[in-house]
Design a protein around this ligand. Structure first.
Ligand SMILES: [Zn+2]
Length: 288
């Protein structure tokens, strides 16, 4: 018997918003990482979002990722949302929906405001008919691959505007909104300077679940303050990827006789431990 507990983003985040915690959204470009993420969710009895970023297509195709994610979701008891992260083209978004993703992100934030609304509305119309959730983004963050270099002193200009957020949410009816309030994608090169008040202002006037992108490398206090002000989904990947790689390097330096399956097993364990700690900080442990 299948124990599929595939859910959409809206159902995960409405509970998180009510109970004031955040659900972690984790990228996986290979089976071992995905298994580690699911193992953490099971150990912590936590809901989880497995997500595929369109920019990771150079490492694994959308189709391969979908098969892998769906298979894992079928064999676990915790609620799993399968989400397309940073869907850039309409084509990819529709392919993800067809493959069984339960949530998609429209990333049109680099377009002018009215075009962002237009492109998001197109996706919402299709997705809602199929009970699939939609996340959109407003405001400017660093490049998705972490390569950009926004000037931290100028970041205030790039934060999501409260007025725009209100208009955007009421016109598009998205289920979740990614906002810019000082986080950056990739690893931080300087101390982040987060504007928690901006999260609260946007939350108060939109009431939509808010998403933190660039959730790597923050302190526990920064995560928890963000959640207290309205963040309910945290995208966390770069730090995990970096720390697990370092852990594997140590392991290989100390185990001359390791075989590839030992590396697989070690990867799963390192990912699981890394993610489980984050679930505790985000408050999603025990919320499955
Ligand atoms: Zn992002």
């Amino acid at each position: 018997m299948k124990k599929m507990t595939l859910v959409n983003l809206e159902s995960l985040l409405s509970k998180a918003k009510e109970e004031k915690y955040a659900v972690g959204a984790f990228n996986a470009t290979d089976l071992n990482t995905a298994r580690g993420i699911i193992a953490a969710a099971q150990q912590e009895n936590s809901p989880v979002i497995l997500q595929f970023a369109e920019s990771h297509s150079k490492y694994i195709s959308l189709e391969q990722a979908a098969n892998m994610y769906l298979n894992l979701a079928e064999h676990t008891k915790v609620p799993v949302c399968i989400h397309l992260d940073h869907g850039e083209s309409f084509n990819t978004i529709v392919r993800a929906i067809k493959l069984g993703f339960t949530s998609v992100m429209v990333d049109a934030s680099l377009n002018p405001f009215s075009e962002n609304i237009q492109r998001t509305k197109e996706v919402v119309k299709i997705a809602k008919a199929l009970d699939i959730s939609v996340e959109a983004e407003l405001g400017i963050m660093n490049a998705e691959d972490g390569s950009g270099s926004l000037d931290y002193n100028m970041m205030d200009d790039t934060y999501t505007s409260v007025q725009e957020a209100e208009k955007f949410v009421s016109e598009t009816k998205v289920d979740a909104l990614a906002i810019a309030f000082g986080t950056v994608h990739g690893l931080y090169k300087k101390e982040p300077n987060l504007n928690f008040n901006r999260i609260k202002e946007i939350q108060d006037c939109t009431e939509v679940p808010l998403v933190m992108h660039g959730g790597s490398g923050l302190s526990s206090e920064e995560y928890q303050n963000s959640i207290a002000n309205g963040i309910t989904k945290i995208n966390y990947y770069s730090t995990m990827s970096y720390e697990v790689t370092n852990g594997l390097r140590d392991y290989l330096n100390n185990n001359d006789n390791a075989f590839l399956f030992d590396v697989d097993t070690k990867t799963i364990e390192l990912v699981k431990n890394n993610i489980a700690k984050k679930m505790e900080i985000f408050g999603s442990s025990g919320k499955a």
